[in-house]
Design a protein around this ligand. Structure first.
Ligand code: PGA
Length: 251
């Protein structure tokens, strides 16, 4: 089964509402009529509602950058899946390396968030990826496999079809150092094998695996040409219309 490519922009802690809406409108206009690929943007929580309204009626989907593991409660600083839905988000980024490494989120926490996202029908993008030290020690596959298998623990096969995986080597995020297409393909292939082991090969073949880490207009085409790379999770280059637009329209 053909996997529909997904180009996802992670705006991180950038862009106040007016700027976010301006960029979202430009992206939506450029995506009109696009049907062979999916496009998603993840603004800050405060800009979600306005951005969702700005892209309404276009193929562009909106995501939160994280979600709590409960519907509501005394969780100061967290955001509920119901609140994301209410704001117009249908997807959510989980386990991003900045959450793992700056805010100490571990696999168990990411797993709870993912289960809650699925329960409330948000499409999760589960991020995995090794640090430079882990790569240099030869532990890339071990680290990625652990993040993946613990991250999806308790997810049934039928639900797993909705989950998107993003391989983001930590050393490539925001550094301008992209993994080579061979390095990326090697890990994407191993992720698909792990998924085939946890579920079934036919299911693993349906799951989209995005690459993230310094994706730019000049490397997106060669990354997207790899057999197991099904899209991109884009940070820095998603903040400027010209570069994100070129990435959306990869060939
Ligand atoms: P980058 O970020 O494209 O700026 O490297 C990617 C990400 O953090 O998802």
């Amino acid at each position: 089964m053909a996997r529909r490519p997904l180009i996802a922009g992670n705006w991180k802690m950038y862009l106040t509402t007016a700027k976010a809406v301006e960029l979202a409108e430009a992206v939506a206009a450029s995506c009109a009529g696009l049907s062979d690929r999916e496009v998603m943007i993840a603004p800050s929580f405060t800009a979600l509602t306005a951005v969702a309204e700005a892209v309404a009626g276009s193929p562009v989907r909106v995501a939160g950058q994280n979600v709590a593991w409960e519907k509501e409660g005394a969780y100061t600083g967290e955001i509920s899946p119901v609140m994301l839905q209410d704001a117009g988000a249908g997807m959510v980024i989980l386990g991003h390396s900045e959450r793992r490494h700056i805010f100490a989120e571990d696999n168990a926490m990411v797993n709870r968030r993912l289960l809650c996202a699925l329960q409330f029908e948000l499409t999760p993008i589960l991020c995995v990826g090794e640090t430079l030290a882990e790569r240099e020690q030869g532990n890339t596959f071990k680290v990625v496999e652990k993040q993946l298998s613990q991250g999806v623990q308790g997810v049934a096969g039928e639900q797993m079809k909705q989950v998107v995986i993003a391989y983001e080597p930590v050393w490539a995020i925001g550094t301008g150092k992209t993994a080579t297409k061979e390095q990326a393909q090697e890990v994407h292939g191993s992720i698909r094998n792990v998924l085939a082991g946890l579920y079934e090969k036919t299911l693993a073949d349906e799951i989209r695996i995005l690459y993230g880490g310094s994706v730019k207009p000049d490397n997106v085409d060669s990354l997207m040409a790899q057999p197991d790379i099904d899209g991109a999770l884009v940070g820095g280059a998603a903040l400027k219309f010209e570069s994100f637009d070129r990435i959306i329209h990869f060939s």
